[in-house]
Write a protein that binds this ligand. Structure first.
Ligand SMILES: Cc1cc2nc3c(=O)[nH]c(=O)nc-3n(C[C@H](O)[C@H](O)[C@H](O)COP(=O)(O)O)c2cc1C
Length: 414
């Protein structure tokens, strides 16, 4: 049997001919390393230079927003014009000069943006969040048809700037309950015009976003998507619809599909809802990937739960996927890929981040906060701190988010 490190080290040629140097990919991890008026900072090239030196073949950036009126968190980077082109170029080069591919994840949060950060939040339909989330998220306003078309054009414009800056691909964020995922979901999208009402009409938005980006970047530039296998929410997007969406995107020419799952209302992407059968194989969405593989040939990346060299090797050997997506392991060990590629296990294992406060520990946002602090350490040229206290991180994050929201609002008003 082929050794796992040999499988991991095999380059991957995408259907459009571009080559990824190996099978390890850093999944998008929102860095919140932009300024409060959403400009790129030098911390981003520092952080990505670290990851590229660590041997990961494909680095997907954290979500970059396409509209400064629609932020997901304070400190998001927004790309809607060329004002930051030199820093974007430096960010792209931090990876490409070391041989890694670097794709920008493009996102619009829709309704999934904390209270007070944006003037208002929009969504396909004005559906409130479930009760325990309403303290953090407002009920959105329904988008007009003209606004929907404007958002599609914005995805394309941002992608063109990203290409000009020297990034080697883009990824549409179609997962985790953000705008694309809201359009796909029968729970969040109850429109009766051409953007909702049937699975085909709910899919129309993501297909139009894909086509607009393709027209803007041409046939040779890779476009990927991160998509939920399912939302894990009653009345939400199902595996059956996800499969149909993947088939539609594949026939439209998408270059890669990354499979994840869940939303902040049901955080399956962080392993909070996983079945015992997937625990044994580590990766949360492998069974779904196997199903997808029987129906489409588009390259597949699976993210969520991969930790050991043997599980990664087995998954690649099974043929169910082409790329192993890693998130949290690379927050605490930026050169984990080097070790895996040389046949060694990672030095640090991902552990649950617990404060002891039940309500807080059940939310995916707690983990996100803890890992974001590790990214900030690396962006400042420091080492990550795998044993940092969860409570300390929580306190800092709460203070930081309140300050960040106020500063964002003050800058917007000035
Ligand atoms: C700090 C942090 C930030 C994240 N930001 C994003 C993001 O911007 N876009 C995205 O698609 N997923 C995001 N995720 C989810 C990860 O990409 C990944 O799907 C998840 O962590 C599961 O993979 P893992 O088990 O290897 O960590 C984030 C996760 C963490 C921990």
């Amino acid at each position: 049997m082929t050794q796992p490190q040999t499988l991991l080290a095999t380059p991957l040629t995408l259907p459009n001919g571009s080559v990824l140097p190996n099978r390890l990919a850093k999944s998008a991890l929102s860095e919140s390393l932009g300024t409060y008026d959403n400009r790129v900072t030098p911390a981003l090239p520092t952080l990505f230079g670290r990851w590229a030196a660590g041997g990961t073949g494909l680095l997907i950036t954290g979500n970059v927003m396409i509209d400064r009126r629609a932020l997901g968190e304070p400190g998001n980077v927004v790309v809607e014009d060329e004002r930051d082109l030199p820093l974007l170029q430096a960010w792209a080069e931090s990876a490409t000069r070391q041989g890694s591919a670097i794709w920008v994840q493009l996102n619009h949060p829709g309704k999934q943006s904390p209270k007070g950060l944006n003037r208002e939040n929009v969504s396909p339909s004005a559906i409130p969040f479930k009760k325990d989330m309403q303290a953090f998220f407002d009920t959105p306003r329904e988008l007009t048809d003209a606004e929907i078309r404007d958002i599609i054009a914005r995805f394309a414009r941002s992608a063109a700037i990203i290409k000009k800056a020297g990034f080697t691909g883009v990824q549409i964020h179609g997962a985790h309950g953000y705008l694309v995922s809201q359009f796909l979901s029968p729970h969040h999208n109850i429109r009766s015009d051409e953007w909702g009402g049937t699975p085909e009409k709910r899919r129309r938005f993501v297909l139009e976003v894909y086509r607009a980006i393709r027209d803007a970047v041409g046939a040779d530039f890779p476009i990927g998507i991160k998509l939920n296998s399912a939302d894990f929410q009653r009345g939400g997007f199902t595996e059956e619809e996800s499969l149909d969406t993947i088939k539609a995107l594949a026939s439209a020419g998408i270059d890669m599909v990354e499979i994840s799952g869940g939303t902040y209302e049901a955080p399956a992407m962080a392993g909070k809802k996983q079945k015992a059968s997937s625990q044994a194989r580590e990766a949360y969405f492998l069974a779904f990937a196997e199903q997808v593989r029987t129906q489409v040939t588009v390259p597949l990346m699976v993210t969520g739960g991969f930790r050991s060299l043997s599980a990664m090797g087995e998954a690649l050997a099974s043929g169910a996927l082409d790329l192993i997506g890693l998130g949290r392991p690379l927050c605490i060990e930026p050169d984990a890929s080097r070790r895996l590629l040389s046949g060694q296990e990672t030095r640090h294992r991902v552990k649950p981040i617990v404060t002891g406060i039940g309500m807080v520990d059940r939310m995916a946002l707690m983990e996100v906060a803890w890992y974001t602090r590790q990214l900030h350490r690396m962006g400042a040229g420091k080492e990550p701190k795998p044993n940092e206290s969860a409570l300390w991180s929580l306190a800092n994050t709460v203070v930081g988010n309140v300050r960040g929201t106020l500063k964002t609002r003050r800058l917007r008003a000035s």
